[in-house]
Design a protein around this ligand. Sequence first.
Ligand code: ATP
Ligand code: MG
Length: 199
Amino acid sequence: MSTGRTGILGGSFDPIHYGHLAVAEEVRVVLQLNRVLIIPAGEQPLKPGGNVAEPVHRLAMARLACVGNPFFEVSSIEIDRPGPSYTYVTLQLLYDQGLDDLYLILGADSVADLPRWREVRRILELAHIVGVSRPGVSFDLAYLSQIVPGLMERLIVIDGPRLDISSTDLRRRVAHGRPIRYQTPDAVVAYIETHGLYR
Ligand code: ATP
Ligand code: MG
């Protein structure tokens, strides 16, 4: 029995926002995915400063944001295991669970970052890469295809919704007492207030 196509959107989600959700929905519809797994990272190997909010909070906010979309599923697979969250390990675990048609969704900044990721070759064996546009960032395909062998065969580029929203900006806004409403679901805004995050 086939489990169908599964999209994977990983990230800090510190906090999750409409940029993430709109990208996930766009890719789901365009590529006719059966589900999209939203996977908050435990430790981010490439974010030396670390995440700001605790994993439980990032997970809870992701869950609140995904209520109402039956195709979105939040997974704690990275938060549940100790140490740095390497994507190749996550993909392997999902594959071993029977999800054998994986689409790894990356915003343009993450695509540009791919050469720094662990075991990119294994990632390309396990998943298609879906590169989605993001305002203010771009990737150089000619360059990337040279230093990441096999990328071109696996890369699908999608012109996404281009929402200029970032978690960094939302954290800054909260710290300065500026609003974040309409950039992330109301339930996430309320959660951030209740728990005093990012102040
Ligand atoms: P931070 O500013 O803390 O890095 P972020 O907004 O970039 O937060 P991440 O959790 O780092 O969010 O991103 C997870 C994934 O979602 C990455 O692949 C990133 O490129 C993508 N992404 C995030 N925001 C957008 C957006 N507005 N448009 C397209 N892709 C996005
Ligand atoms: Mg980011």
